[in-house]
Design a protein. Structure first.
Length: 282
């Protein structure tokens, strides 16, 4: 099952189940008025209407999540960041999974253009998978997650010991759909999937989603510690190993050249079963 939030010709956001593939794909509208209602266990039955996929615009599966936590679960990515700063991974990283709170107001869906922030010259994508929490505090579905980063802004603001803030605040792309965990069952708490990123028509990196140091149950448990998780809360995995230009540039860049994103670039994350999350840079 693939669950989507979408907008039809009436411009009203709705929730649906995506059936079929290619030109014959259709969105079966569900009774839930929003994905948050569906995640709370409401409106799972069909509403009696369906739409050709070509006639609707897909939104972020959870357009207005209560919260967005982004973890740091891939050791290879973490190690590269610390190496570039002249250090080693802190012992605390191995003691508990670490996350920062991102901006729910900046969540956007597949195909929505990402505007490069003013003053940013080092715009980057980040290849991630996200879990969405359901009514019982457990994972209700997985989706793709692009944690866009203004690396130069982020680098400067984090010298004060807080953040990231405006280096991440401007956009997070999520989608195109939610897949329940029983359809992509984790093995030892990890999704055994291969993820790719294309820049334009060129594949520039490929990564193993199963290479997490911290597992999905550990991320959920840590997020819920001393608080409560609400339906619709989003937990990002953190960047997969070699899942951003920061890492690719550290390993020699693309064709031997350091490369950051420019207006006109189109970035697409893709994972079998989770679909393709594409966005142009403007």
């Amino acid at each position: 099952m693939r669950l989507v939030s979408f907008r039809d010709r009436s411009s009203m956001p709705r929730v649906g189940r995506l059936d079929g593939e290619g030109d014959g794909a259709r969105v079966v509208e569900l009774a839930a008025p929003t994905m948050l209602h569906w995640l709370r266990g409401e409106g799972h039955e069909p509403a009696g209407r369906d739409h050709a996929l070509a006639d609707v615009a897909l939104l972020a599966p959870v357009p207005e999540p209560p919260s967005v936590r982004d973890f740091f679960a891939y050791e290879g990515h973490v190690a590269t960041g610390w190496r570039l700063r002249g250090g080693e991974i802190p012992e605390a990283w191995f003691e508990a999974p670490v996350f920062y709170f991102s901006n729910p107001a900046s969540v956007q869906g597949p195909g929505t253009p990402v505007r490069r922030p003013a003053g940013c010259e080092w715009l980057d994508f980040e290849l991630e998978i996200a879990a969405v929490i359901g009514e019982d505090g457990a994972i209700a579905g997985f989706t793709l997650f692009n944690d866009w980063s203004a690396r130069d802004i982020q680098r400067r603001e984090m010298t004060v010991g807080l953040g990231p803030a405006k280096g991440k605040d401007f956009a997070t792309s999520i989608g195109p759909w939610l897949v329940p965990p029983d359809e992509l069952p984790p093995v030892d708490g990890r999704l055994q999937l291969t993820a790719t990123v294309t820049l334009g028509d060129r594949e520039i990196t490929r990564s193993d989603a199963g290479a997490m140091h911290w597992t999905w149950p550990q991320l959920v448990a840590h997020a819920a510690k001393e608080t409560r998780l609400r339906p619709g809360d989003i937990l990002g995995s953190g960047t997969l190993n070699r899942g951003c230009l920061l890492e690719l540039n550290a390993d020699g860049g693309l064709d031997g050249q350091v490369r950051w994103l420019e207006p006109g670039d189109v970035v697409a994350l893709e994972v079998p079963g989770l679909g393709r999350l594409e966005a142009p840079v403007v």
